[in-house]
Design a protein around this ligand. Structure first.
Ligand SMILES: *[C@@H]1O[C@H](CO)[C@@H](O)[C@H](O)[C@H]1NC(C)=O
Ligand SMILES: *[C@@H]1O[C@H](CO)[C@@H](O)[C@H](O)[C@H]1NC(C)=O
Ligand SMILES: *[C@@H]1O[C@H](CO)[C@@H](O)[C@H](O)[C@H]1NC(C)=O
Ligand SMILES: *[C@@H]1O[C@H](CO)[C@@H](O)[C@H](O)[C@H]1NC(C)=O
Ligand SMILES: *[C@@H]1O[C@H](CO)[C@@H](O)[C@H](O)[C@H]1NC(C)=O
Ligand SMILES: *[C@@H]1O[C@H](CO)[C@@H](O)[C@H](O)[C@H]1NC(C)=O
Ligand SMILES: *[C@@H]1O[C@H](CO)[C@@H](O)[C@H](O)[C@H]1NC(C)=O
Ligand SMILES: *[C@@H]1O[C@H](CO)[C@@H](O)[C@H](O)[C@H]1NC(C)=O
Length: 645
């Protein structure tokens, strides 16, 4: 009945518009290259099933992204530090009127009447509900049910879709289409809880740094003092994704492990995003789900106090399908990114209200969460498991935060050149490119992470003090190495490598070229993207092993780039304190200054990051894809950043 009305509408439009032949010619817009990891294709989707369709409109001026971000973050630019307002960001990138109109007209012509569409706040998404049958006609495709091999959950997806030639230039992507994976950000550190430790190993002093890297050890290594200011608005942000909940044991940590007295009742400002809860003890503590936040908050407080922390707890965590994604976090910060009615990309990002039992029943949070000057994230996803269009759109959103003076730091991953495997947190690699770059537990191709592959964030790798348990800080650092003698799939090495998606940004081009010229690892292109033209990471590194962490009342030595990232985030917070004290603004996007000033780092030249049955990459003088530019030399960093405008 409904479809006959639609057919009639389509026929009348055909008469009215007498579309030119080019207009009706469909062209392939996006295609999945093969069978997705962990999903099994089932029967054809029922034609009456209703899909929440969203069309991502091409934003204006994104081709100038690199020019804009470098203008405010390149230390030689006269506009360094002159960050943009949120309003300017929204206006400069808003889709052009002809884009909005072009897409709306195509939908009308295709029988999706204007009364059925709505726009997102930033007018960069058009959304409407349509049946599978309608959507198949609209996108010239076929939908199937896909079943998730582990959760048993299902999705409706297609393998490819088409758009009329004249519409393609206005559309980033349509959804739900080929998206299936990467629903759940994975914390980096989960299995890396080391042995139980007691404080007599050296809470103060630097006698036992090889055994447990206390705050005094970090100060001795990187030469920073105790925090001495707490400028209003410079609170540091840490994101945690449900169900990796906040269980920080802060009072015990403050009592035993900080040399500077920190009051026991010191807690972060809590910012709940889409149902994020402070703690939910219905979860089994033995899974270690609270270690991530314990490590992040304990480490950061010891460095930045008296400055405060903000906890951004994202997603309600009741179900593997409904944890918030990075997009859900970005929505809460930026109303112009948000979809109007919730769920950026159904079938990748969760739906709000959450249909799962016990899920968050409120709407998607759209803007309103405070922007922190620094965000530290110890989670990531697998580049090869997400559509390129999805990653590109989100990467631009991180760039927009940089334009507004925000420094975004992501852990580079704990699996060397491999990556985490969604279900068991063990390492996985990729199939060879002739099959398509799919996640494969037995793969031999290196597997980069998202969003560390995005050129507009700062990716943080991990080091350790050289020389084992009896080492002293004067031994210096090398790339972290924590192999699991029983199972190489649990080895921990500093995540690093070369993106298959994002191009080499100009700020790191000389550093990367230097590495590939002088220290070429000579792997063929089916092992990694050896073109020399792709974004490489990490950008920097810091200690990421044997960090004292109190978890459920006991101190452990914890490891992971999850430790290195809040250490760097805290140091950038101290740098912003120093700039603010000097009457300046926050730094914002860090990388252009970092790559232009190798002298503010301790260059790490030893160690490697094996994985995928290969030795991985080798740390070398200068930048390398294991430890980046190196670890912080705080006095040099402070001098440099305070000298910049
Ligand atoms: C789609 O349908 C759902 C469920 O009926 C409704 O809540 C939502 O507002 C609709 N969305 C649009 C864009 O019409
Ligand atoms: C504390 O104060 C001084 C200025 O008196 C500053 O240079 C120093 O680096 C500050 N912060 C830290 C973390 O040492
Ligand atoms: C934990 O989550 C469950 C399931 O959503 C919910 O019923 C319960 O109220 C939550 N508990 C706390 C302490 O937040
Ligand atoms: C988890 O640990 C917390 C804090 O020690 C405790 O209150 C809670 O009862 C524990 N939950 C379970 C299910 O063991
Ligand atoms: C990986 O290889 C092992 C050993 O050859 C095999 O038992 C396992 O089934 C393979 N796993 C997958 C997902 O192919
Ligand atoms: C560390 O020092 C202790 C005490 O001197 C010694 O017994 C131990 O063998 C040393 N361990 C290593 C790995 O060098
Ligand atoms: C390697 O990276 C470049 C630059 O991003 C990209 O154009 C190319 O497609 C990548 N190669 C492969 C095999 O993914
Ligand atoms: C804290 O220090 C006391 C005294 O040294 C010790 O008994 C206790 O085990 C420590 N607790 C933790 C969590 O480190």
């Amino acid at each position: 009945m409904r479809s006959s009305i639609l057919l009639a509408a389509a026929a009348s439009f055909a008469v009215c518009f007498a579309a030119p032949t080019a207009d009706s010619r469909f062209e392939l817009h996006e295609k999945r290259d093969g069978a997705p990891h962990q999903w099994s294709k089932r029967s054809r989707a029922h034609p009456d099933e209703v899909l929440p369709v969203r069309i991502g409109l091409v934003q204006s001026n994104l081709h100038k992204a690199e020019e804009y971000i470098l203008d405010v973050s390149d230390p030689t630019s006269p506009n360094f530090g002159k960050h943009w307002s949120a309003e300017k960001v929204a206006n400069v990138f808003a889709p052009a009127k002809k884009t909005q109109e072009g897409v709306a007209e195509w939908l009308e012509k295709s029988g999706i009447h204007g009364s059925r569409h709505s726009y997102s706040t930033g007018r960069n998404w058009i959304q409407f509900n349509a049946t599978v049958a309608e959507t198949e006609r609209l996108l010239n495709t076929e939908y199937h049910y896909y079943e998730h091999d582990i959760s048993g959950g299902y999705r409706i997806a297609c393998d490819e879709y088409h758009l009329p030639q004249s519409v393609r230039e206005h559309v980033d992507f349509a959804m739900p289409t080929i998206q299936l994976e990467g629903m759940r950000p994975i914390p980096n550190l989960l299995p890396k809880i080391g042995a139980q430790r007691t404080p007599q190993y050296g809470l103060t002093g630097t006698e036992n740094c090889g055994n447990l890297v206390t705050i005094d050890c970090l100060r001795a290594l990187y030469h920073f003092g105790q925090g001495n200011t707490s400028a209003a608005g410079n609170e540091m942000g840490i994101g945690e994704w449900a169900d990796f909940l906040y269980l920080p044991d802060l009072p015990l940590f403050f009592k035993n492990w900080t040399t500077q007295p920190i009051p026991a009742d010191t807690t972060p400002d809590f910012i709940s995003i889409d149902g994020g809860q402070t703690a939910n003890f219905t979860y089994d503590n033995s899974t270690g789900a609270g270690v991530e936040s314990a490590l992040d908050f304990q480490t950061s407080y010891s460095i930045i106090y008296p400055q405060k922390l903000r906890l951004y707890q994202v997603g309600d965590g009741v179900n593997i399908d409904s944890v918030g994604t990075f997009n859900i976090f970005l929505d809460a910060l930026d109303a112009s990114y948000c979809t109007y009615l919730g769920g950026d990309q159904p079938y990748v990002d969760p739906a709000y209200p959450d249909p799962n039992e016990g899920g968050y029943t409120g709407p998607l949070q759209c803007g309103g969460a405070p922007k922190s000057n620094v965000f530290s994230f110890s989670y990531n996803q697998i580049e090869a498991a997400l559509p390129v269009s999805y990653q590109t759109r989100q990467c631009h959103e991180w760039m927009k935060l940089g334009l507004q003076g925000v420094s975004v730091l992501f852990a580079s991953g704990d699996s060397g050149v491999a990556n985490r495997y969604n279900a068991g947190y063990e390492n996985s690699c990729l199939t060879s490119p002739d099959v398509g770059p799919y996640v494969d537990i037995n793969g031999t191709r290196f597997s980069p992470s998202f969003p560390t592959n995005c050129p507009w964030i700062t990716a943080v790798g991990a080091t350790t003090i050289k020389g084992g348990v009896n080492a002293t800080v004067s031994n210096g650092e090398e790339a972290v190495a924590d192999p699991d003698p029983d199972d190489p799939k649990n080895d921990y090495y500093s995540g690093g490598g070369f993106s298959n998606v994002f191009a080499l940004p100009s700020y790191q081009s000389a550093a990367v070229t230097n590495y590939l010229t002088k220290y070429n690892p000579h792997y063929p292109s089916h092992i990694y993207n050896n073109s020399g033209n792709s974004r490489a990471y990490p950008d920097v590194s810091a200690i990421g092993l044997n960090i004292p962490t109190v978890y459920l009342g006991t101190t452990y030595g914890v490891g992971g780039t999850s430790a290195s990232t809040p250490i760097w985030g805290s140091i950038v917070t101290l740098l912003n304190e120093a700039r603010i004290a000097a009457g300046k603004g926050p730094i914002g996007f860090l990388n252009p200054t970092f790559y232009a000033h190798p002298e503010v780092f301790n260059d790490i030249t030893e160690g490697s990051n094996p994985g995928c049955g290969q030795p991985g990459f080798q740390a070398q003088p200068g930048w390398d894809p294991v430890t980046g530019m190196g670890t912080p030399n705080y006095p040099a960093l402070e001098k440099l950043f305070v000298s910049l405008p």
